[in-house]
Design a binder for this molecule. Structure first.
Ligand code: ING
Length: 312
């Protein structure tokens, strides 16, 4: 008996620095309705889906940086998204910059939330793997200051029972680290949602541009197959004030196969009827963790951070 969940990845085209949240939320609402029209019950929006990818800019005025953050979720501009989703009975994943207070100190996270079909926030994830750098690189064509503007996520990689299955979340660079998918795979994840903003140019190495899309797909296809889970990825894509972000929003089956993929770099909804049971054989056979994993040989993974080559 198939346990079907029709899911959409709602890719955003560019959000230029001057575009306000209300305009962006209207774009998200349009795609939410498109997904509903296609019979979807879950929509995945991108990472930092409310503003331009601001970590590309060097800013020293904290007040200016904080204009890209949300102090409440939902807030005045995002409430219409929650209300419409609830009216349509749609669950959604939304990525945004979270400004909160912990023990009297401000904390800033690259965050995603899972909202159920009634408009309630079921779960929150804060990005663990922050790429890029913290200091100004004046020679670079653009910055990638996630290590400057965000704190490291403090919630781990939880999963939740939602939409008739076990759902997990991660964000962008997290997909490049196998530990991300494995920790959720060890909790029985059946569908992992992620948003991403991936510059097509590597500021640290003159890398052929085709490798951006290759590595984007490779890491998620591997993560999906090695953990027997669906992966649904939504890009913020296109040229934001001249800075290009790759597209490649896609839906990947637990076999590792890409079953749906965005064609362009503008606002675009892709959808697929995901059978949440199709990953069962993968988890029962080749990646039967209980039967095959040998944790007595894996200690380096949690006890060692960097590489320690043999002496001599
Ligand atoms: N963006 C990029 C990503 O991981 C990156 C940064 C690209 C790091 C390519 C390394 C290689 O897709 C975000 N926002 O993480």
């Amino acid at each position: 008996m198939a346990r079907l969940l029709k899911v959409a990845a709602a890719q955003l085209g560019p959000i230029h620095r001057a575009e306000d949240r209300t305009s962006v939320v209207n774009r998200l609402l349009d795609m939410l309705r498109q997904a509903h029209g296609a019979g979807c019950k879950l929509v995945v929006f991108p990472e930092l889906a409310l503003t331009t990818f601001f970590p590309r800019y060097w800013m020293t005025d904290q007040a200016e940086v904080d204009t890209y953050f949300e102090r409440e979720m939902p807030g005045p501009e995002t409430r219409p998204l929650f209300e419409e989703a609830s009216r349509l009975g749609m669950a959604f994943y939304l990525g945004y910059a979270e400004l909160t207070e912990e023990g009297g100190a401000a904390k800033r996270y690259n965050t995603s939330i899972l909202v159920d079909g009634g408009g309630r926030i079921l779960g929150k994830y804060r990005k663990v793997h922050l790429p890029g750098h913290a200091e100004h690189l004046p020679e670079a064509p653009f910055q990638h200051l996630e290590k400057r503007y965000f704190d490291v996520g403090d919630l781990g990689f939880p999963v939740w029972r939602a939409c008739g299955g076990v759902l997990g979340m991660c964000i962008c660079n997290d997909r490049r680290w196998p530990e991300t998918f494995r920790v959720m795979g060890l909790q029985g994840a059946e569908l992992i949602a992620l948003g991403f903003n991936t510059p097509s140019r590597n500021i640290f190495h003159d890398e052929p541009v085709h490798l951006r899309m290759f590595h984007h797909l490779l890491t998620m296809q591997a993560g999906a197959y090695q953990n027997g889970t669906w992966v649904v990825a939504a890009a913020k894509a296109g040229r934001e004030d001249g800075h290009h972000l790759i597209g490649g929003s896609c839906i990947i089956a637990p076999t590792g196969e890409v079953v749906a993929r965005a064609l362009g770099e503008e606002d675009e909804v892709i959808a697929f009827d995901c059978d949440l049971d199709v990953g069962d054989y993968v988890k029962r056979t080749v990646f039967n963790f209980d039967k095959h994993r040998r944790i007595e040989h894996y200690r380096r993974i949690t006890e060692q951070v960097g590489v320690r080559p043999p002496s001599g």
